[in-house]
Design a protein around this ligand. Structure first.
Ligand SMILES: Nc1ncnc2c1ncn2[C@@H]1O[C@H](COP(=O)(O)OP(=O)(O)OP(=O)(O)O)[C@@H](O)[C@H]1O
Ligand SMILES: [Mg+2]
Length: 1083
């Protein structure tokens, strides 16, 4: 194998494995392995297991190497056949030798093996051909055709069924497709001497597939059912299977309703052969299969019954016998001997007995507008009966085919590429050959011609046209025979047509004309013919044609009837009038409204039309050949008659085929097509090649791992030598295709996912936008609402507060307390106006105090001043203060001011303005005793007076009072601390300032601080405070505490106040004890 470096890189890039990597084992022949070595003994391994392999292949699986000896081919086929290896290739064509027994070659496992494996890994098989055809449709999108050729009994129909099984056994509606064959075979096949299941019609089936390669339906075209067989068969042959099947297989009720009896001997048209019990058993079994197939194809029970009725009517019509009668007018007439059969036929077809009877026994002729009815003779009536039987049956067959087509047709209108399977009736030579054999053999002749042309002639011409080095292989042509039969005017069929068209045509006239027109043809022989090698053994009423497959002597009697075989209009009309459901469809020309006088086409004309359609079909499609070989005439397995097979090898041109296939090229395609198909395998030509196609092909092939001997270039085409190389190319292409498919898939999926993502994203954005805007609107709405609510609340609150204020103010006005400063009443404010209420109250109080004060005179003002001062000094400092508040500071309790004596005395010391005078207790310093004294306080000084004389005993100027000490308790004791005199200055100064003051005396110095007890202690201390303040401009210090020092002359004493009451003390009383320099006051 070529290992072009560039090729490897490209193939690697494009994803193609090298040949070694493919793991494909190739066909021994294709690899050049010696056939004898390859073909040792042994049977097809895996046949029993149903899995095929190349191991154990016998002979040469491909005959292309065996040219030019036909005997070698024969030997090869024979040795393979002995080992049940019935299939052998000739290039791409297949030879199939009929095994006449069931082989385990067609199991589902084998089908699967051919579907999944490389064709070169497996032995030759019909499935490989089917697979190639299927791939041709599916992968190359070209119409394909599998042509099965071979003589009658060679196995064409079986082969065609196997092809259908391979391609059709995949999915619905395949069961329907596969069920077509049992139905068509039941109605269109019959036992002949050469074949127990001989196809008596040509069948062309077209299958359509979906994009996955699964069949989705198809159509069947049938050609030229052998009609004479319906009414007559050769001895030992049988009528169409369905007659026997119906009689053997239908249940008794069905038979009864069809007015049939099970015994076939009761029916004239079935009497050519005696049935064995096994035949009947087979027929019964086959009927079950046919019925099931009809069920699957969707024919209802009613429809099936209609069909059976027509079949039964044909059987019964065949029983009608006519005998001659002479009419009074001397003419010959006939009567029906089996009136009851006629009645039953009419019952089955639902037609009038008289009408059918008349149609069978008379003939109406229209002449110059008049209808003349002529009676038919017995022979004529019998012929008419037979024509009706044949027409009924052949039209029923056509109806069945169209019904089957209805069931399997493709429902869509799109035109797809198709896979055709062509299986026509095989070439046959009977003991007595008649017109139908001529038709059959002509069709085979024509098919042979077309196939030879397509597979050998055109191919070789193409090689030459393309300028390849090719020496033509002579291909025996059968064109002269074809021309002999189909030529216009002088061809056998044209002669038959011409003679039939004459009035009063006869066999003799036909013989004469044939002798005249065709007698000179080298391949035509007739008694007394002009041909120099005329065989005198030819019967006088026959002629002989040397067909490609052998000489056939045709017996001319019956030719004219069989060719015309036209149904008289009376019968058509009678049939059209039947109430039977399908009769109107079968005999549309019987419709009285259709008055066409055109003669229906004769069989010869139909043959020519059908055959040309057939050849067109073969030419228009890529043909795959299956040549069936009949190994023996005995229909026996394991017997291969060499002469018979050799004859077939020769006339099928297998040797020539082997040479053309062996020396030629397996594949050819124009440069453009080649580039189009394989361009993807090279980076030079992929994704597009814009240069000359030939150059592109050269670059492409150079990139591929093919040796130059594997391919060549023609003028317009590329030729690939071996099938193996083509297969390799296909494998590369498939792998590359997969890669490209993955790439496309990848890109598509990426695109799809992106689209999806974009759509999702857009949707998400849309949703988010909607959601956000809704949320924002909602928040805004809530805010607005809240703002409104807040505003409203604020307004309401404010209004309410204002209202409350207003109410409160109104209330305050209404419930205004008295102007008395001591009036505690005040309208309670609402909770929100506590502070306001308090402020208002304070304001009001200040205001009323102010008003109150405005009423004051000087005395009251002074008194108030004293009270205020008392409050400043004692409030919350001295327990007895609260009692003093309500007590008016009268000051002069002893009416000292009015005392004239005192007035005189006071004037001396300027103490006449007395602010306080009362009897108070002076506490002795030594024992703490209470001594009543008259205490007076003037605006200048504190005076102790004699109670009787009012003489001043002690006088302490206000200046000298330094401090006043009190306890915080309820005791009424006050200690007046007198400033200690300075030894140098005090005396003189005091004398200077207050000449009348006694305080500066020694007495005063000796005595020190003064300790008093009075109920008016608050008043005394307050007034003294004010006096000292007035006098000094500075208030004295008022010390309120439980311990303080007092100056008792030369030493100081510590006063201690205690509240812990003693037992002997009356509550409210006090006791004073002097201990050394401590003075304890206990309350
Ligand atoms: N592959 C096969 N395996 C087993 N038996 C086969 C095979 N092919 C053919 N036969 C047998 O040979 C018989 C004749 O085959 P078939 O009906 O296919 O012939 P034919 O070529 O269609 O003949 P005709 O032209 O008369 O229709 C079948 O009935 C069957 O018994
Ligand atoms: Mg057949």
């Amino acid at each position: 194998m070529n290992s072009h470096p560039h090729a490897h890189s490209i193939l690697h890039k494009v994803g193609v494995k090298g040949v070694g990597g493919m793991g494909v084992q190739f066909h021994p022949t294709l690899l050049g392995v010696n056939s004898s070595r390859a073909g040792s003994s042994g049977s097809l391994v895996g046949v029993g297991a149903g899995v095929a392999s190349l191991e154990g292949e016998v002979g040469v699986p491909d005959c292309a190497a065996l040219y030019p000896v036909s005997e070698a081919l024969l030997h090869n086929l024979h040795s393979r056949y002995k080992r049940d290896q019935i299939y052998t290739y000739v290039g791409t064509a297949l030879i199939s030798v009929n095994p006449y027994r069931r082989l385990a070659l067609y199991t589902p496992e084998v089908i699967e093996a051919y579907r999944s494996s490389c064709v070169f890994q497996l032995p030759p098989h019909i499935y490989a051909v089917a697979d190639a055809a299927h791939r041709g449709v599916w992968e190359r999108n070209t119409d394909q055709l599998v042509v099965v050729s071979g003589e009658s009994g060679a196995g064409k129909t079986e082969a065609a069924k196997l092809v259908l099984q391979y391609v059709g056994d995949k999915s619905e509606p395949c069961p329907r497709l596969l069920q077509c064959n049992p139905v068509l075979e039941a109605f269109g096949n019959a036992r002949t001497r050469r074949n127990d299941n001989s196809s008596r019609f040509g069948k062309y089936m077209e299958l359509e597939f979906d994009h996955k390669g699964d069949p989705i339906g198809g159509t069947i075209t049938h050609y030229l059912l052998e009609r004479p067989r319906v009414t007559s068969q050769l001895q030992g042959e049988r009528n169409y299977h369905i007659f026997y099947q119906l009689l053997a297989g239908a249940d008794i009720q069905t038979l009864k309703s069809l007015k049939l009896q099970r015994n076939t001997e009761n029916y004239n048209i079935l009497q050519s052969t005696r049935l064995t019990p096994s035949d009947t058993q087979d027929d019964r079994h086959e009927f079950g299969i046919t019925k099931r197939a009809l069920d699957v194809l969707g024919l209802t029970w009613e429809e099936q019954l209609e069909v059976w009725k027509v079949v039964a009517a044909v059987l019964k019509l065949g029983n009608l016998t006519f005998t001659c009668v002479s009419n009074i007018d001397g003419t010959e007439g006939c009567i029906n001997e089996n009136a009851y059969e006629l009645h039953e036929v009419c019952d089955l077809l639902t037609c009038e007995v008289a009408s059918l009877s008349t149609a069978l026994q008379t003939r109406s002729v229209e002449a110059r507008g008049e209808t003349v009815v002529a009676e038919l003779s017995a022979a004529e009536a019998t012929r008419t009966r037979d024509v009706l039987c044949r027409a009924l049956y052949s039209r029923l067959f056509t109806w069945v085919v169209s019904r089957v087509n209805e069931a399997i047709k493709v429902k869509t209108l799109a035109r797809r590429k198709v896979l055709g399977i062509l299986d026509i009736f095989g070439f046959e030579i009977q003991e007595v050959n008649s017109f139908e054999q001529l038709v059959i053999n002509f069709c085979n002749e024509k098919l042979h011609q077309v196939l030879a042309e397509v597979t050998l002639k055109l191919v070789q011409e193409d090689y030459q046209r393309e300028g390849l080095d090719w020496s033509m292989v002579d291909v025996p042509t059968n064109t002269p025979v074809v021309d002999l039969i189909e030529q216009r005017q002088t061809g056998v069929l044209a002669v038959v047509e011409e003679v039939c068209a004459r009035v009063g045509s006869s066999t003799e006239a036909l013989l004469q004309q044939l002798s005249f027109s065709c007698g000179g043809h080298s391949l035509f022989d007739i008694k007394g013919g002009r041909h120099q090698h005329s065989d005198n053994n030819i019967p006088a009423d026959a002629f002989r044609i040397r067909h490609f497959a052998g000489s056939v002597t045709y017996s001319v009697p019956g030719f004219i009837e069989k060719n015309l075989d036209t149904l008289h209009r009376d019968l058509s009309r009678c049939m059209f009038r039947c109430q039977h459901r399908i009769m109107k469809e079968l005999f549309p020309e019987g419709n009285p409204r259709r008055t066409t006088l055109k003669r229906p086409a004769s069989v010869a004309t139909q043959v020519i039309i059908s055959v040309s359609a057939l050849t067109r079909t073969v030419r228009s499609k890529q043909a795959h050949l299956i040549t069936c070989i009949k190994p023996n005439e005995l229909k026996q397995p394991r017997i291969l008659e060499s002469a018979l097979v050799l004859h077939q090898i020769k006339y099928h041109g297998l040797v020539e085929q082997a040479r053309v296939r062996g020396e030629g090229w397996a594949y050819r395609a124009t440069h453009e097509v080649f580039l189009g198909r394989y361009g993807m395998l090279s980076l030079h030509t992929w994704p597009a090649w814009r240069g000359p196609p030939l150059e592109g092909c050269a670059l492409l092939l150079a990139d591929l791992p093919l040796t130059p001997s594997q391919y060549t270039f023609g003028r317009t085409k590329v030729f690939i030598k071996s099938q193996r190389a083509v297969h390799e190319l296909e494998e590369y292409r498939r792998e590359r295709f997969e890669d490209l498919a993955i790439l496309v898939q990848k890109i598509y999926r990426g695109w799809r996912d992106r689209q999806h993502y974009r759509a999702l994203r857009a949707a998400q954005i849309c949703i988010a936008t909607c959601w956000r805007s809704w949320k924002a609107r909602e928040e805004y709405r809530q805010l607005k609402q809240k703002k409104k609510v807040d505003w409203a609340a604020a307004v309401i609150q404010l209004s309410y507060i204002n209202y409350q204020r207003w109410r409160y103010i109104v209330r305050v006005l209404e419930e205004m307390p008295s102007d008395s400063p001591i009036d505690p009443s005040w309208p309670p404010p609402p909770s929100s106006m506590t502070e306001v209420g308090m402020l208002l109250r304070r304001l009001h109080h200040k205001w009323r105090c102010h008003r109150y004060r405005l009423q004051f005179d000087q005395t009251a003002r002074n008194r108030m001043r004293e009270k205020v001062t008392a409050s400043i000094i004692f409030k919350e400092r001295k327990a007895s203060y609260s009692k003093s508040v309500s007590h008016p500071f009268l000051g002069d309790y002893v009416r000292l001011r009015q005392n004239t004596q005192w007035k005189k005395l006071a004037a001396e010391t300027n103490d006449q303005y007395v602010v306080f005078a009362d009897i108070v207790n002076k506490i002795t310093r030594s024992a703490g005793k209470f001594v009543p004294i008259l205490l007076a306080l003037s605006t200048n000084s504190l005076l102790i007076l004699d109670q009787r004389t009012l003489q001043v005993k002690y006088r302490i100027p206000a200046l000298e009072i330094q401090r006043i000490s009190l306890s915080p308790f309820l005791d009424d004791i006050a200690v007046l601390h007198v400033r200690p005199p300075s030894p140098t200055t005090d005396l003189g100064a005091s004398q200077n300032l207050n000449p009348g003051c006694l305080f500066g005396s020694d007495e005063a110095k000796r005595k020190g601080d003064l300790v008093l007890q009075t109920g008016h202690v608050i008043e005394v201390v307050t007034k003294l405070f004010l006096v000292v303040q007035n006098a000094t401009g500075k208030p004295p210090d008022v010390n309120i505490c439980t311990e303080f020092d007092a100056n008792f002359g030369q030493h100081s004493v510590l006063f201690t106040f205690k509240t812990a009451g003693l037992a002997e003390l009356v509550p409210g009383q006090i006791r004073i004890m002097r201990r050394h320099n401590r003075m304890e006051v206990v309350l």
